[in-house]
Ligand binder design. Structure first.
Ligand code: G4P
Length: 195
């Protein structure tokens, strides 16, 4: 998605060979105009897949997911990373280990909101080692729902998550796929033309 790649080049800060800071539009300050375009692009890519729900994870997955849900006309459920006061039982849970942050979160989604009648699109902001996406995929499978695929705003193609998930036969659509962040420079893996 050219608009997103241009924004990454313009505003992204390469913090190290494997971390890209995009706090100005995705991870802290959110640019609603860009998020709307991102949501529309996810919706376009999955428009013929009969999506009934979008499942994401708090916090940075929520903005692009809500915009995709608005365009597709479907609800958005965000997995919680911490126990909620009101959401205490009747939950699907999965364990998500973050290599980047060296912490493990038990993520949870209410059984009320994902059921076997659903066709789910999983969305997240970054795909690195794939642990968050795999946790969400696990929850979709616990619910016996159908998984249409995974939509990612920024994939770090030089980390193993994307390949690991695709090897399972799961469709992964990344709007920007980073080839490298070496020498402080962002390079992209060219997208295959999407339908
Ligand atoms: P994984 O889920 O693919 O295995 O990723 P990993 O454990 O490596 O990442 C943990 C957190 O760090 C996730 O956010 C992920 O989005 C974020 N992250 C990973 N690589 C980058 C990067 O290069 N740049 C930025 N900005 N973030 C990155 P999180 O903890 O869930 O945070 P949030 O959603 O609450 O913002």
């Amino acid at each position: 998605m050219q608009l997103l790649k241009d924004r990454i080049i313009q505003d992204g800060k390469v913090l190290s060979d494997d971390v890209l800071k995009v706090d100005t539009f995705l991870n802290h300050q959110v640019d609603p105009v860009l998020m709307k375009a991102i949501g529309e692009e996810f919706a376009r890519r999955f428009e013929n897949d009969g999506i009934t729900k979008i499942v994401t994870i708090e916090s940075s997955g929520i903005a692009p997911s809500v915009m995709a849900g608005l365009t597709l006309g479907v609800p958005v459920i965000f997995a919680r990373k911490r126990k909620s006061l009101t959401l205490t039982d009747h939950l699907y849970t999965a364990s998500v280990h973050s290599y980047t942050k060296q912490e493990t979160n038990e993520i949870s989604v209410s059984k009320d909101f994902v059921t076997k009648e659903d066709t789910v699109l999983v969305i997240d902001d970054f795909l690195a080692n794939g642990q968050a996406a795999l946790g969400l995929i696990d929850i979709v499978s616990q619910a016996d729902a159908k998984l249409a695929g995974v939509g990612i705003v920024i994939e770090k193609g030089f980390q193993p998550g994307g390949a690991f998930i695709r090897e399972k036969g799961i469709r992964v659509e990344s709007l920007a796929n980073l080839a490298s962040l070496e020498n402080g420079e962002v390079t992209f893996i060219e997208e295959e033309p999407s339908k």
